[in-house]
Design a protein around this ligand. Structure first.
Ligand SMILES: NCc1[nH]cc(CCC(=O)O)c1CC(=O)O
Length: 318
């Protein structure tokens, strides 16, 4: 044990996925440190309470982490486990992402009770997603499909599909697999069909910056490859003001020892999609990101960002 910590409290949201993720970190810590006691502190966040309104209008990603940060700040908890995708690109002063864990499948999943792929859907078929990124990419490839908003936690979204409100829905594969429902996935969208959101599939562990003792405890859970890839992705999102209102994708992989970053910025209706990609050594993910962002600006990213600002969007990228 790298410190004298006897007990760790994990602050977590109470959705089934959040609890799965917190329990996963708990069991990893217990495996590493057999003498450590790990407890969970379940919390309901503002983002969980306000399910009927547009998240992007009421405050976006931060709504899901604020309460957890308050618990870290006043010592009720030592760490918070997040889906990295939901973590704001800039954390408030005093908080740090101490650890990024090895990524699950980063891809989006196609789920339907009737069809086996997007290509099979007939004109007018209704696809559920509340992600502007998924909607824009989908509408660009399949203008004949009808996209409808789909909110709620994973179980709620699957229930709405089963009730017949949609012909198909799109979800992040990682969450579906973690909850043991991988058999519901009919197809995984390739990275060229649907580029994932920054951080998708990865877990991030947040602590109060002053807790070097907790950071030391978490060090073995850090996955350098995932951290490098997601650093590049999150830098793209940060540079473009990535919020719930931005149909933005950013995904990096390590290929033949190099970092390969792709990004895509679109208008929500898919009528314009900008793509950029670049490779670099593994050592400067932020620099690679700024090159890709620069390429997007050269292609007209500012026009899209301006259009997004002047429209008011009803959906978020949850
Ligand atoms: N935005 C909601 C959200 N945040 C994290 C996941 C699960 C996948 C992941 O860990 O990236 C999901 C569900 C989804 O997008 O379908």
């Amino acid at each position: 044990m790298p410190s004298s910590i006897k007990k760790i409290t994990i602050a977590t949201r109470e959705s089934r996925l959040a609890l799965w993720q917190a329990h996963f970190v708990k069991s990893e810590l217990e495996r590493l440190y057999p003498d450590l006691t790990v407890e969970l502190l379940g919390m309901t966040t503002r983002g969980d309470q306000i399910l009927d309104q547009s998240l992007s209008k009421i405050g976006g990603k931060g709504l899901f982490v604020k309460e957890l940060e308050a618990a870290l700040f006043d010592g009720r908890a030592d760490l918070a486990v997040h889906s990295l995708k939901d973590v704001p690109m800039v954390l408030p002063d005093g908080f740090t992402l101490a650890c990024v864990m090895a990524r699950e499948d980063a891809r989006d999943a196609f789920i339907s009770n009737t069809y086996t792929s997007l290509a099979e859907l007939p004109a007018g078929a209704v696809v559920g997603t509340s992600s502007l990124r998924r909607a824009a990419q989908l509408q660009a490839r399949f203008p004949h499909l009808k996209i409808e908003s789909l909110r709620g936690n994973l179980d709620t979204r699957l229930r709405k599909l089963d009730e017949g409100q949609y012909d198909a829905i799109l979800l992040a594969a990682a969450g579906v697999k973690r909850l043991g429902m991988g058999e519901r996935i009919k197809a995984l969208l390739s990275l060229s069909e649907a580029l994932p959101a920054a951080g998708q599939g990865a877990l991030g562990i947040e602590i109060a910056s002053e807790r070097a003792d907790v950071a030391a405890l978490l060090a073995p859970l850090h996955d350098v490859a995932t951290a490098t890839c997601t650093a590049a992705e999150r830098a793209v999102s940060r540079a473009l003001g990535g919020s719930c209102q931005t149909p933005l994708a950013a995904h990096a992989v390590i290929e033949e020892g190099q970092l390969f970053l792709r990004a895509s910025l679109a208008l929500p209706d898919g009528s314009r999609v900008l793509n950029a990609q670049a490779r670099s050594s593994l050592t400067q993910p932020e620099q690679l990101a700024s090159g890709v962002v620069n390429d997007l600006y050269i292609q007209g990213a500012q026009t899209i960002l301006d259009a997004l600002l002047s429209e008011s969007h009803v959906d978020s990228n949850r």
